[in-house]
Design a protein around this ligand. Sequence first.
Ligand SMILES: [Zn+2]
Length: 400
Amino acid sequence: MDINSSNIEAIVRQVLNDMKGTQAPSSSASGGNIPSTAHVAMLTELEKFEVKEFPMPAVGDDDILVKVEGCGVCGTDAHEFKRDPFGLIPVALGHEGTGEIVKMGKNVKKDSAGKPLTLGDKVVTCMIFKDNPDITMFDLNKQNVGGADVYGLLPDDDIHLNGWFSDYLLIRGGSTVFNVSDLDLDSRILIEPCAVLIHAVERAKTTGILRFNSRVVVQGCGPIGLICIAVLRTMGIENIVAVDGEAKRLEFAKEMGADKTVNFKDHKGIEALTAAVKDAFGGYEADFAFQCTGSPVAHSNIYKFIRNGGGLCELGFFINGGDATINPHFDICSKEITTVGSWVYTLRDYATTFDFLKRAKAIGLPMEKLITHKFPLEQINEALKTNLNMEGLKIAIVNK
Ligand SMILES: [Zn+2]
């Protein structure tokens, strides 16, 4: 009896020890104090975010829990805030976010580029290829990431931590995630919009027209046009003319590397405007043009700035902005213009963007000045309204 009971006791002790033993290595690694709840800005109705509190979710073997540091406000967020065109309400928005890994599942070892991941690393997310896990960043047949899911535009679910306008985000297994610990917070917030321009310039390069000594006109000096100028400068293109209707933005275009600027409000009619652009290039038309506004008239106009045999990259119409009128004979055929469209980016462009941001800094481009407003999460409604009022350039939510 005695022997049996002590045996059972020993066996139970052994089983308990084994459980502990197997549990310890299989449980997630955690980097210190994680609160029991997370705060998420939920868009609950048009033009209204509410900061909601949810229990901190369990971190699965392939998941990563990120403490959010900041997230840029995108035009897409503003559209969703104002009109809900994607029918997502209630939804947690914010896709231009970045933060620190505070907990990760045992299977998480590397990021999507093969770089090791550890607690404390700073990360960004790109796309979630739920329906097509075969797409990798080296799939050259994949032109851009259209059609994939993205944190910040996912419908709400049981986990709730789906958008970067929050203090914690759960990156689920199968998502693309990049270790960007070597970039400062402002740079990391700018990665997503910068990737749009890296992609656009890669598209432009496929025409074979964009060269070191090219005369390039960039129309539209919002964040996209300004970053376009910066990308061109980091490539060594110096002969850049920026066109916009706002003196302040044109001033900034010069800081970002534009050689000359043209304010379209100073020139009545397309002939006068074309002459002004030509003047800015010392009497020449542009070899290449980037159209960075969402205005159909701006699209119609831009052909006039381009020389015979020149090229155009149209990237201003991320969403449908209506029809534009062109004259196929004068604008395209007789001038033999090569046109490319650009939309979103590829995973490969993301990796290139990290290097671009370092290079921009190294040549003294004031990228950080693109972020003109920073709001805490509690003031997210104000942040979105600031974006809708077209005040400033890049608006960001930055957590304390
Ligand atoms: Zn965006």
